[in-house]
Design a protein around this ligand. Structure first.
Ligand SMILES: *Cc1c(COP(=O)(O)O)cnc(C)c1O
Length: 404
């Protein structure tokens, strides 16, 4: 195939479809308009539209409680604090994830301990978790990376045996399920983000779900300036802050939630189909499936890219693929422990022991993931079967052109 046919060189795009995100219609607009006209834009007690959304989200996840808040970082932090973590405690996290998974541990005055990922799922490796547990370990925060469920049976067994809180970072996991249970509902608490790129969004926002009443009460208090039920407006019992969402965000989320199950099934089916279409292309290997997930919400469809076998370097592949009309990225450049925050221990006033040193941490699988990944973004997975065929055709076209 001639290189002139590549979209980057002026040829026709393989994927014509524009994968819009967020998806919304008059329902969202009407709901926001109603809130605007009502004049009740905020919900100081987190009742009304905010409470309605929380109940609906908890019901959807199959948990008793949900506490919404400003974003999926604050949700993680209040979950960590409410789980009983104390200054200097250790929290096990993966290194191949968004910074918030580990930086919120710092913000909770605790010490992130990085445990490497499995090379075929990019999720925390349960085999390596146990070796990282010390007398100071208090929690494990697995990330359902890209929407693929972690090995929750193994992680739960380890957490229970050592008396650790299992807090799911489900920021990629809205609607996805493990052995029939919604992600976020399996551990002691599950945290979600509604930031604009996530599978469910209100521009910004977050929520924690739990079945634990004590945790729920503490998170609700931390989210609302330390207030507690029964107290007066100016009574503050805990070191919380104003992390409330607006009523506009709440109604957008209520409407978006109505779309979530159907969107998740579409992403799941398209993801499986795309993996099948890409299998057999030299240098391209999608992540594993059938690891206990009963729904993968494919926040990211991840390819492991072998530059030598494919014939071009990864940066060029991503540029060519994007030009063909596929929303894609190379993902994180480094595992988190290589970030200046950790390497240089820029921990501000937080209570991290002097002995903690991240310069000698090494997680080879996470490093390999950073050097070989190509992420196709979730909105592309909301397309048709034909769109998946077009995405696969784009990959084949690029390979044929570079091998010509
Ligand atoms: C997005 C994200 C978060 C944090 O969400 P924000 O709403 O952006 O604060 C946490 N963990 C992971 C894995 C994420 O991708």
């Amino acid at each position: 195939m001639s290189k002139e046919l590549l979209a980057r060189n002026g040829g026709p795009k393989s994927v014509e479809r524009n994968f819009e995100w967020p998806v919304f219609d008059e329902q969202e607009i009407k709901a926001v308009e109603e809130v605007m006209r009502s004049g009740k834009w905020g919900s100081p007690n987190c009742q009304d539209k905010v409470g309605e959304f929380e109940q609906a989200f908890a019901r959807y996840c199959g948990t008793k409680y949900a506490v919404s808040c400003v974003n999926g970082s604050v949700s993680l932090r209040i979950a960590l604090i409410a789980s009983g973590i104390k200054p200097g405690d250790e929290v096990i996290v993966p290194p191949y994830t968004f910074i918030a998974t580990a930086s919120t541990v710092i913000e909770a005055n605790a010490v992130p301990v990085f445990v490497d990922i499995c090379p075929d799922t990019f999720n925390m490796d349960p085999e390596k978790v146990e070796a990282a547990i010390t007398p100071r370990t208090k929690a494990i925060v697995p990330v359902h990376f890209g929407g693929l469920a972690c090995d929750m049976d193994r992680l739960k067994e380890i957490a229970d045996r050592h008396g650790l809180a299992l807090i799911e970072d489900a920021a990629h996991g809205h609607g996805a399920a493990y052995k029939g249970k919604k992600l976020g509902s399996i551990g002691k608490a599950g945290s979600f983000s509604f930031q604009s790129s996530k599978n469910m969004t209100s521009g910004e926002g977050g929520v924690v779900v739990t079945n634990d009443e004590e945790m729920y009460k503490m998170m609700a208090s931390l989210r609302n300036v330390g207030r507690m039920e029964g107290g007066q407006w100016y009574d503050h019992f805990n070191a919380g802050c104003n992390y409330r969402i607006t009523q506009m965000q709440a109604v957008i989320l209520t409407e978006q939630l109505k779309r979530l199950e159907e969107q998740t099934i579409i992403r799941h089916e398209n993801g499986r189909y795309l993996a099948q279409l890409l299998s057999g292309i030299e240098g391209i290997q999608p992540l594993k499936s059938d690891v206990g997930e009963t729904l993968n919400c494919y926040h990211l469809f991840i390819l492991r890219f072998d530059a030598a076998a494919f014939g071009i370097d990864r940066k060029e592949f991503v540029e060519l693929l994007a030009a063909e009309g596929v929303p894609c990225l190379m993902g994180y450049p480094h595992p988190l422990y290589k970030q200046p925050l950790f390497r240089e221990k820029r921990f501000m006033c937080y209570a991290i022991p002097e002995s903690v040193d991240y310069t000698n941490v090494s997680c080879p699988e996470a490093e390999k993931a950073c050097n070989t990944s190509v992420w196709i973004l979730q909105n592309a997975l909301l397309g048709s079967r034909k769109d998946m065929e077009d995405i696969a055709a784009a990959v084949r076209k690029i390979q044929a052109a570079v091998k010509a």
